[in-house]
Ligand binder design. Structure first.
Ligand code: TMP
Length: 218
């Protein structure tokens, strides 16, 4: 392999963003993408569920507010199916080419929403995800931490999807799941306080990224 190609392989980086619906995650996602491009990274930005032709169709089923009868195991399997396609078609090939993959949600969402929110259990979620790829985790995860009460206030007047239509008890369980994940994985998950304005929140994110890329030529 040529030296330049080896350098590219070393650059491979997998970053995910997580948080409650309404936490401002999607705004921060776009800012992170711009930051990574400005650092000269070859960025592949995707979302989960979705991110592929097949995954986007599955996403429409998962979020369709009319499909209120959806069984929790069906929901889990649909999320996992979309992710299987995303990991195998896009994420793994991009990483093996030394690209930077930025993904809006990933397995942590599966653990928080289905494992904790739906009470399916964390071990079950990990077991299903190991079928997609064994112990495949991001290098860095930004958890945009906003309580469900605050998140709901920010979402008001917006049309709700099937997950957002769930009651506060569900969202509280999801949030508790995220807090536990962040507590258990401090080396990977960066807990970002989202009660502040957009610029201050992004400053906290870019400080972490600046440290990560310190010494790397732009
Ligand atoms: P978002 O793309 O607007 O963040 O919405 C995706 C929704 O899907 C969000 O409510 C979280 C939910 N979700 C799950 O329930 N399980 C999963 O595994 C993933 C990736 C997302």
């Amino acid at each position: 392999m040529a030296e330049a190609d080896k350098e590219d392989m070393n650059k491979a980086l997998f970053i995910t963003v997580e948080g409650m619906d309404g936490s401002g995650k999607t705004t921060q996602f776009k800012l992170i993408e711009e930051y990574l491009v400005s650092r000269g990274r070859d960025v592949v930005a995707v979302r989960d569920p979705g991110g592929t032709r097949i995954g986007e169709r599955i996403r429409n089923i998962i979020l369709d507010p009319h499909l209120h009868e959806m069984d929790y195991i069906t929901e889990l399997m649909l999320c996992a199916s979309s992710r299987a396609q995303l990991v195998r078609q896009i994420i793994k090939p991009a990483l093996s080419e030394g690209k930077t993959v930025l993904c809006d949600r990933f397995i942590d969402s599966n653990i928080a929403y289905q494992g904790y929110g739906r009470d399916i259990g964390v071990d079950e979620i990990i077991r299903v995800n190991n079928l997609i790829s064994e112990n495949f985790n991001p290098d860095i995860t930004f958890f945009f931490n906003l309580s469900p009460g605050e998140a709901v206030k920010r979402r008001k007047n917006q049309a709700c999807d099937r997950m957002e239509n769930e009651d506060m008890a569900f969202h509280e369980k999801v949030y508790a799941g995220y807090l536990k994940l962040a507590y258990d994985n401090p080396e990977r998950i960066v807990n970002i306080d989202c009660t502040k304005d957009i610029e201050s929140v992004f400053k906290d994110v870019s400080d972490v990224l600046d440290k990560k890329f310190k010494g790397e030529a732009v």
